[in-house]
Design a protein around this ligand. Structure first.
Ligand code: MG
Ligand code: MG
Length: 628
């Protein structure tokens, strides 16, 4: 299989696109005509640039409104095609992609279209070229790949073949069974695109919301299974139209594209044993069983304040690092690492971001296998010097330049607390009833959201939940959860296009994307809140109106609601159970903690998010709790 990417996927000028494509280790490129038209140079110059970077132009596209035209337009479209062949000759490209006609002037009829393609095939073959036909999902007469295949079959010309575009096929929910009966040498090009499930017309959906395989909701793996059944070993190219990609960095989006192909082909190999020589097998997706630690980068002043907060939350100092200014704080199954060392990664991170989460460590089945998979997925591994006898914990770069560590039992990495730390823990410590990390919420730029979604989804054995739209007083926030099936690991990705949302303001306060809050679980939210009050922890005040409404819309007793009100506890329920949430007040830099009690509930309290955001916004702009 030869893989490629279309220039339309990326932002920038044609040169920038081509350079990004080469840097992301693609071998082939589909030239979009508009990118050529807006390029200040001849097609021959484009060819030199492409070949100079070791790339090959696999397709020139799109050629529109071709088949089924009545005269006199019919002769004109053939003249137009000849001119495109001229350009392709200069470009060094031998495959023209034709998408199905959308013109109201066009006439239907499979035989008429087949005759047109036969003639086009004759013309192309004379020049050593080929033509591939794609059914647009909004084509006027042909919008089903099965009809396009019938046209190609009846055209019966060796220079005429089919394009299968996963978006057009899957968006309409077309049956995939026919794919496996198409001879693989008649499929000249396969274009890959995923998309979120949306209820809109095919054209707008396709032009604005396509995304890389694995970033959306379409059954891409089923499509690949059907394609694999044909024995297809030809051109497979990413063709994505996405507003975020157009606003994002070409370099990073191109790498995302390559990463999505690597993960998709690995999944295919796992299901079918189909190997692609250019895509070596990866270790399996990491089986995660929770967060081993959350590491905060602090300076000396920040450390004192932050450790006071941790004490208030019921954590005790459980260990002191043997060689660095690093402490371990522990409660239940939760480990917080406070790193105030004056050298190394955390120190640099603190200089840029202030007190903030600089690393997360995940418990996985196989830490080195995870990093091996990450490297093969083009993620960036990270290493820094460790002291003699100390553990070297494998890591990769995560969101906003932070680190993602992997700790396993298999190779003894979970002994790090004994090896690297001197224990200072008291046996009879009571704590505040916090048990484990429930979820970690990360805020990021809107354009990066799909990048990090793919990063986690391709590396870890997790699933994503549908995107939630949360209303913040300053705008709309998109929120998506990624979680293991058993819920031991839950990550939330948040992003907003409005600069005034708390999520966006966090990015500017922190100077980058990062962890905005960490939620812990308790089995008894009331007892925990009592203990936090004793510990002097300031909880986020919740407006009275919220509780008045709660009394009306739930069957909670007046006493229950009163208890929630008195403790600033938010409440939600789903089909399975109940959810209780409290928040600490926001710390300098915008970070806060959340504490939740889950009673078989599976969500994240999205219904309460606007209440919480309004209260946080009120306090952030100098308001007092009593004004709420
Ligand atoms: Mg296409
Ligand atoms: Mg939360």
């Amino acid at each position: 299989m030869r893989t490629a990417i279309a220039t339309v996927c990326l932002s920038g000028t044609l040169n920038e696109k081509i350079e990004a494509i080469a840097a992301a280790q693609f071998k082939g490129v589909e030239i979009f005509e508009n990118d050529l038209l807006s390029f200040n140079g001849t097609p021959a110059e484009v060819r030199r640039m492409i070949e100079g970077l070791g790339l090959e132009t696999i397709t020139f596209q799109p050629f529109r409104d071709f088949e089924g035209m009545p005269d006199p337009q019919r002769s004109k479209v053939f003249a137009r095609a000849e001119r495109k062949f001229d350009v392709m000759e200069e470009l060094g490209c031998d495959l023209l992609m034709v998408c199905s006609n959308v013109s109201p002037d066009s006439l239907g009829g499979i035989d008429r279209a087949a005759a047109d393609f036969h003639e086009l095939g004759e013309r192309a073959a004379k020049r050593g070229m080929r033509v591939a036909f794609e059914a647009l999902s909004w084509g006027r007469h042909i919008h089903d790949y099965r009809d396009a295949w019938e046209v190609v079959r009846r055209a019966n010309h060796p220079a005429i073949g089919l394009v299968l575009d996963s978006f057009h096929v899957l968006a309409r929910g077309t049956d995939l069974a026919t794919i496996s009966s198409i001879p693989s040498d008649r499929i000249f090009l396969v274009q890959m695109a995923d998309a979120p499930k949306l209820n809109m017309d095919y054209l707008s959906w396709s032009r604005h919301y396509r995304c890389f395989p694995g970033q959306g909701d379409l059954p891409i793996d089923d499509f690949m299974l059907a394609l694999n059944a044909t024995g297809f070993d030809g051109l497979l190219s990413l063709e994505i139209f996405n507003d975020r990609f157009r606003a994002g960095s070409a370099r990073s989006v191109a790498v995302d594209g390559q990463r999505s192909l690597i993960a998709m082909l690995d999944e295919l190999r796992r299901r079918t044993g189909a190997a692609s020589p250019d895509f070596p097998a990866l270790p399996p997706k990491a089986a995660c069983s929770g967060v081993e630690f959350v590491e905060f980068a602090v300076d000396e002043r920040g450390a004192v304040e932050f450790e006071r907060t941790l004490s208030g939350l019921g954590f005790q100092k459980a260990g002191i690092h043997r060689s660095k200014a690093v402490t371990r704080w522990r409660q239940g199954n939760i480990n917080i690492v406070v790193n105030a060392d004056k050298e190394g990664f955390a120190h640099s991170f603190n200089i840029t971001h202030g007190t903030s989460v600089c690393a997360l460590a995940m418990r996985v089945g196989d830490a080195s296998g995870t990093v091996d998979r990450a490297v093969k997925l083009l993620d960036q591994p990270f290493q820094q010097p460790v002291g003699p006898g100390e553990m070297n914990i494998p890591a990769v770069r995560g969101l906003g330049g932070s680190l993602l560590y992997f700790v396993d039992h298999k190779t003894g990495l979970d002994r790090l607390w004994d090896v690297d730390f001197e224990t200072t823990e008291a046996d009879d410590f009571a704590g505040a009833g916090l048990k484990s990390v429930d979820h970690v919420s990360q805020s990021m730029h809107y354009e990066e959201m799909l990048t990090w979604l793919l990063f986690y989804m391709s590396l870890l054995d997790v699933r994503k939940t549908p995107i939630q739209t949360v209303i913040d007083p300053g705008g709309v926030v998109q929120s998506q959860a990624i979680e293991t099936r058993d819920g031991t690991l839950r990550l939330i990705l948040n992003a907003s296009q409005s600069p005034r949302t708390l999520s966006s303001r966090f990015l500017s306060d922190l100077f980058g994307s990062g962890v905005q809050h960490v939620a812990f679980t308790t089995d008894d939210i009331l007892a925990t809140v009592d203990r936090l009050k004793t510990g002097g922890v300031d909880l986020l005040p919740i407006p009275e109106n919220y509780y008045d409404d709660l009394e009306v819309r739930t069957d909670l007793s007046a006493e229950d609601v009163e208890r929630l009100r008195a403790n600033n506890i938010l409440y939600d329920r789903d089909d399975d159970g109940e959810y209780f949430q409290v928040y600490t007040k926001t710390m300098e830099g915008g970070f806060f903690f959340e504490i939740v009690e889950r009673r078989r509930y599976q969500g994240y309290g999205a219904v309460n998010a606007p209440i919480r955001l309004a209260s946080q916004t009120h306090l952030a702009s100098g308001g007092t709790p009593s004004e709420l």
